[in-house]
Design a protein around this ligand. Structure first.
Ligand SMILES: [Zn+2]
Length: 101
């Protein structure tokens, strides 16, 4: 139907990897007013928080503007940064999760 050159796919993969690395960096950084447009590590860290106030928040992976537009954004805070992160995967689900089913 449509074909992308291998170089384009490679470039996209590198960009997505760089973005993924960026949002998961353990740094306190602010982009100023651009925080309302682009994801920062503190903003994304809230996405991984297990605090009840952070559930279903900060979905954006590149742009934060969608979260602000759809009212799913929550500002990072010291309390949220200190909250427990992650989620529980039961041992019998690990293999299934790893292969994406
Ligand atoms: Zn993440």
């Amino acid at each position: 139907m449509f074909a992308l050159p291998a170089s384009a796919i490679a470039a996209i993969a590198v960009c997505l990897g760089a973005i993924n690395f960026w949002v998961h960096c353990n740094v306190k950084i602010s982009l100023g007013p651009l925080n309302y447009l682009f994801i920062t590590p503190p903003f994304h860290r809230v996405h991984h928080s297990m605090a009840k106030i952070a559930i279903d928040r900060n979905f954006g992976n590149i742009l934060s503007c969608w979260d602000y537009l759809f009212l799913t954004a929550i500002e990072p805070s010291a309390a949220l940064n200190a909250s427990e992160k992650g989620f529980e995967i039961k041992s019998d689900q690990v293999a299934r999760r790893l292969i994406g089913l």
